[in-house]
Write a protein that binds this ligand. Structure first.
Ligand SMILES: NC(=O)c1ccc[n+]([C@@H]2O[C@H](COP(=O)([O-])OP(=O)(O)OC[C@H]3O[C@@H](n4cnc5c(N)ncnc54)[C@H](OP(=O)(O)O)[C@@H]3O)[C@@H](O)[C@H]2O)c1
Length: 353
């Protein structure tokens, strides 16, 4: 009883302090923030339970990919590094898109088959940089077999990129949306009847509480960083589904998937309250980056996924995704809006125009 009273007192005090510090903000936005914070904790706990229940599924036997070509964004640290290690072990030629290509040299010292690792500069906060990276890749690799849209950021203050796009949306969704458009002609060449080329969007269970703010996608009216992360991860999932459908309707041998790597102990949590409050819990309860990479590698290689394009994968099986993400009308609306934002004609998406 006394514990319950003490908990209510602590929560009540915390709520009062929170309200006092944000008393200038309209109450409807404060309530929305509170809902997102709670829902995000729920998604995180759900993700942790999913990881524990399905821990045994995180196993992979890597194939011999016979020097096929993989492109990955990010990877100088975090889960991406371990995905690259796996791709190289599987005898792939790997092209990294990273902000500081010199970091690839350090990485090579720790990797098997490192002569097959190449890096070009890519800053997903800049559409110009995305175009430059795609040009660098396409001139050397006209056929691509796997694209892993891995790089990501989480949380932080409201900021717009040089293209006027909210940063989490720019890095997590729009930069990758544009890169996929630019590389699709090479992916179409890489896809074969017996083995389609694959686009793997690394999304998150954090998409679950998300929605798309179509009327204010940059969230200029009111910025909630948690809602912005959830929106960007939902957008990656919806894009995987919609672009997969477009390509399949047009008869191309390219499949798109979305994968949640698990709750993984990486620098991604640098700006989260969780890391500040419970840094020890991350080491104890979260997956290692090596384990986090397995679902992504599974999505790159598993033959049983060949006819399951558009799937959301978590712990190497179909994961639970939110209902909004499955609505084709919503997906189409996001696709059209994203095309507008990166200034391409939606009819020409992925057609090298
Ligand atoms: N960790 C988790 O629990 C978790 C859960 C669900 C989903 N994910 C997703 O998994 C992916 C990888 O995350 P992580 O956990 O490995 O995070 P991380 O350790 O923080 O790594 C993030 C990677 O993204 C790159 N990156 C950030 N901004 C970039 C930009 N503007 N241009 C190019 N690259 C940029 C970083 O490169 P720099 O070194 O240059 O900064 C780094 O390689 C993300 O998409 C994340 O949302 C992670």
């Amino acid at each position: 009883m006394s514990l319950a009273i003490a908990s209510i007192a602590v929560l009540g005090t915390a709520a009062l302090i929170y309200w006092y510090r944000n008393r200038d903000k309209p109450i409807k936005y404060l309530l929305r923030e509170l809902r997102y914070t709670l829902d995000m904790q729920g998604a995180g706990v759900g993700g942790l339970i999913d990881d524990w229940v399905n821990i045994r599924r995180n196993k992979i036997v890597l194939p011999d990919a016979k020097k096929k070509i993989a492109v990955i964004t990010g990877g100088a640290r975090g889960i991406g590094t371990e995905v690259i290690r796996g791709l190289l072990k599987a005898n792939m030629v790997v092209i990294m898109g990273i902000r500081k290509p010199e970091q690839a040299t350090k990485l090579k010292d720790t990797m098997e088959n490192s002569e097959n690792l190449h890096a070009f500069e890519l800053d997903l906060q800049s559409l110009k940089s995305v175009k430059q990276f795609a040009d660098n890749v396409l001139i050397r690799y006209p056929e691509i077999h796997i694209l892993v849209n891995n790089a990501g950021i989480m949380f932080g203050d409201f900021q717009l990129t040089e293209d006027g796009i909210e940063t989490q949306l720019a890095v997590n969704h729009l930069g990758h949306f544009y890169l996929t458009h630019l590389l699709l002609p090479a992916l179409k060449k890489g896809g074969a009847i017996e083995e389609s080329a694959r686009v793997v969007n690394v999304t998150s269970c954090a998409h679950y509480p998300g929605t798309i703010y179509y009327e204010d996608i940059n969230m200029k009216t009111y910025y909630d960083t948690t809602a912005a992360y959830a929106q960007s991860k939902l957008a990656q999932l919806m894009t995987a589904r919609y672009v997969n459908k477009l390509l399949s309707d047009e008869g191309y041998r390219v499949k798109c998937y979305a994968v949640h790597p698990g709750i993984v102990n990486t620098d991604l949590f640098e700006k989260s309250m969780f890391k500040k409050l419970f840094p020890w819990a991350m080491k104890m309860f979260f997956k290692t980056p090596e384990k986090g990479a397995i679902s992504i590698l599974h999505t790159c290689f598993d033959k049983d996924l060949e006819n399951k394009g558009g799937m959301y994968i978590s712990n190497c099986i179909e994961g639970i995704s939110n209902r909004f993400s499955k609505n084709v009308e919503y997906q189409k609306r996001l696709f059209e809006l994203s095309c507008d934002m990166v200034k391409i004609d939606s009819q020409n998406y992925g057609k090298g125009m």
